[in-house]
Design a protein around this ligand. Structure first.
Ligand code: 13P
Length: 287
């Protein structure tokens, strides 16, 4: 059964570790992530961007697939199905469709409008026991056509949004989606520290988990980050493994063209990436 991310994140914040949000793109992705979470006895959050939701034939299809897998694979660790960077409309659609968690990304609105829309969603989510992530200070980089400029959030604005009663808060601290450029300045720990001082127990979310060095991840967790989002890194690992398989000519040997064989190394690569992240985030054994 899908669960809200509230309990797992509050436990993570108190226990000084982070739960990974791994974005899903299809059946193989979802299965790989769920099996790894179960094997490592770790809570997990499956992230679905609006683009990925469309690609997978809509939110109800995603809910059906994930619920089916939880049953068929005997998954007993806590799993939250979460809308990633949703618009106000998409958040409502996902709530209707059966997601257990949603993110409303109002970071591109003026703060007053972000507050207004977040407030409405807080009421809806509370009534349905669905966790809600809000965002202050756009995350840089490009994801599914959503481009952010990599702002650093204003801690006072973070407090205003946190006080609305959201479950978790994403705040820009110099993090960006996708690969980090050579000249990246790194995470702004002063900002993170200021945000955590003002928001107290609120679980903080670090987007753009791909490519952040291990020491920075650990420091971020020590300063209140309890959810870390990873997407690109699984995609890169998958693509590299499938490329290797094809370049070795394996698809031309016997029944190597069978998609179950063609994609198998890619699936193993996703599992290895998720395992590495769960170990780094400290969520192993915390289910
Ligand atoms: P990366 O693709 O950089 O890992 O970021 C994922 C993310 O933050 C999803 O919201």
């Amino acid at each position: 059964m899908l669960v809200s991310a509230k309990e797992m994140l509050n436990k993570a914040k108190a226990g000084k570790y982070a739960v990974g949000q791994f974005n899903i793109n299809n059946l193989e992705w979802t299965k790989a992530i769920l099996l790894t979470a179960q094997e490592l006895n770790s809570p997990v959050i499956l992230g679905v961007s609006e683009g990925a939701g469309k690609y997978m034939c809509g939110y109800t299809t995603v809910v059906g697939m994930v619920n089916g897998m939880i049953n068929e694979l005997g998954i007993t660790v806590p799993v939250a199905l979460h809308l990633d960077h949703g618009s106000y409309e998409a958040a409502k659609k996902c709530i209707e469709a059966g997601f257990s968690s949603v993110m409303f990304d109002g970071s591109h609105y003026p703060i007053e409008e972000n507050i207004e829309k977040t407030k409405e969603l807080v009421a809806i989510c509370e009534a349905k026991n669905i966790s809600l992530e809000a965002e202050v200070g756009a995350i840089g980089g490009e994801e599914d056509g959503v481009v952010g400029s990599g702002e650093v959030a204003d801690p006072e604005e973070c407090k205003m949004i946190a006080d609305l009663g959201v479950t978790m808060l994403a705040a820009g601290i110099g993090n960006i989606h996708g690969k980090y450029p050579e000249n990246w300045a790194g995470l702004s720990f002063d900002t993170l520290d200021a945000i955590q001082q003002l928001t107290g127990d609120m679980p903080l979310v670090l987007h753009g988990g791909t490519g952040i060095p291990a020491e920075m991840i650990q420091k971020a967790i020590s300063l209140g980050v309890s959810k870390i989002n990873v997407n690109t890194e699984c995609q890169l690992a998958f693509a590299a493994a499938v490329r290797k398989y094809v370049e070795a000519g394996k698809d031309l040997q016997g029944k190597g063209f069978d998609p179950r064989k063609l994609l198998a190394d890619g699936v193993e690569a996703i599992k290895a990436t998720v395992k590495e992240k769960m170990e780094l985030f400290g969520s192993v054994g915390k289910a």
